[in-house]
Design a protein around this ligand. Structure first.
Ligand code: NAP
Length: 400
């Protein structure tokens, strides 16, 4: 701990795990009080500015932001810049060993700290327990590419790929909704290794094919994208350095009676392919319904368009929204939701309904407004319902 710190008694400190953080800057952009900053090495939280609003917790794609310690004196940002890993929880003095009589308060803080973010976004009650952060930059796992297929039509603007990674004998337990990190080879102009990129897993927990130790990703080639071009160009037999798994809240409920509404754009459909395959393989006769609102420019641009047509309506009710079909009005997912408000309302009134939103950051506000309008039309209050659903682990957003 630095000498500049003042001893103020035990207090909770918000920290970022440097081994898991992928330096994506989302937390720094999100923090409303500018408490998060970074240097070439680490993203850190300034204890003097952090007001525990927790706004940064949900947007963090890896969960590295959700770390807490109870400290007698706060770690400074300079301390944190130098870290390669988080320090262990220090011993907090109790009255018995001659310290201040703070043990009850400290115990409460430690318990709160270990319970994570305070419940802003939690996993569904029935979700399986995820394994997270098994591999990191210092200790990645090697996967072998066993497939790389183009998902969009040849004439489509977008090259979206279905990439299959096999883990051989290595353990890589994954749940539907989790993500993995890919380490692009090489280094940047300053000689530093490239930042890890995150991709949602598009296959269910038992593999791309049942009982295989592999997983699938849905990756769109970005014209200037360092990692997306690397992944989209991978050939069968190539090896890839992988970190993760990541994500402990955007998880599929295991309860067959859960209704699952999935709202996505483009490659944001990746986790929902995993959800759908999970139900199809293990809960074919589930009483809970699944419904997807899926937005793309045109049918040719919609990942998994062909296979999706073959999924029976009884398993997955599908609503497509196309924004750039010549001669047709521009339609976004939120427009389709409004157009099917009656159907949405049946689900929104049901306490077994879970909502998942994944895709473009820009869709978030539009989808939220649509849900508010749909609720208003039936005399319901979306803000209060959303709060309840979030607290019950039934409302999940993952947008970039
Ligand atoms: P895209 O092709 O750029 O867009 C898909 C559709 O969304 C288009 O029809 C687009 O319409 C529409 N759209 C644009 N703005 C919208 C808005 N404000 N509200 C509703 N719809 C809107 O999609 P993409 O490039 O595949 O991007 C998907 C996003 O998902 C990316 O940001 C990606 O990072 C994120 N994501 C990916 C994964 C993954 O595993 N790959 C996982 C989670 C999230 P127009 O362009 O015609 O306006």
């Amino acid at each position: 701990m630095s000498e500049t710190q003042t001893a103020t008694g035990p207090k909770k400190q918000h920290l970022i795990d440097p081994e898991v953080c992928i330096r994506c800057n989302t937390c720094e952009e999100t923090c409303p009080v500018d408490a998060i900053t970074h240097d070439d090495n680490n993203y850190v939280v300034d204890a003097e500015k952090c007001n525990f609003c927790l706004d940064c917790i949900s947007p963090c794609p890896t969960g590295s932001i959700d770390n807490w310690r109870v400290v007698n004196a706060a770690y400074s940002i300079d301390d944190q810049f130098g870290w390669q890993e988080l320090p262990a929880q220090e011993e907090i003095a109790s009255a018995e060993d001659g310290g201040e009589a703070v043990d009850d308060e400290a115990a409460k803080l430690i318990a709160e700290a270990h319970s994570g973010s305070g419940g802003k976004s939690i996993a569904p009650a029935s979700a399986s327990k995820p394994t997270i952060n098994l591999y990191n930059r210092g200790r990645p796992v090697t996967a072998t590419v066993t497939g790389n297929f183009r998902l969009t039509e040849a004439e489509a603007d977008n090259d979206v790929r279905h990439v299959i990674l096999d883990f051989g004998d290595a353990s890589f337990p994954i749940l539907e909704g989790q993500s993995i990190g890919i380490i692009p080879p090489g280094s940047d102009e300053n000689g530093k290794p490239h930042v890890i990129r995150l991709y949602s897993v598009a296959s269910p927990r038992d593999g791309e094919k049942p009982k295989t130790n592999n997983l699938a990703l849905t990756v769109k080639r970005e014209p200037q994208g360092l990692c997306s071009n690397y992944v989209c160009d991978l050939k069968k037999g190539d090896t890839v350095q992988v970190t993760g798994p990541f994500g402990a809240t955007f998880l599929m409920p295991d309860d067959p009676s859960a209704n699952i509404i999935m709202i996505c754009t483009g490659t944001g459909s990746a986790p929902f392919r995993g959800f759908t395959e999970r139900r199809r393989r293990t809960m074919r006769d589930a009483p809970g319904r699944m419904m997807i609102y899926f937005g793309a420019r045109r049918p040719e641009e919609l990942p998994y368009f062909g296979p999706l047509q073959k999924v029976p309506d009884g398993l997955l009710r599908k609503h497509f929204a196309y924004s750039r079909v010549p001669g047709e009005p521009k339609t976004y997912v939120q427009d389709r939701m409004r157009a099917t408000a009656e159907e949405m309302l049946v689900f929104l009134k049901n306490a077994r309904t879970h909502i998942y939103i994944c895709g473009l950051k820009g869709m978030e506000a539009g989808v939220d407004e649509a849900l508010a309008d749909i609720c208003r039309s039936a005399g319901m209050d979306w803000a209060s319902l959303r709060g309840d659903m979030r607290a019950q682990g039934r409302y999940h957003v993952e947008t970039y």
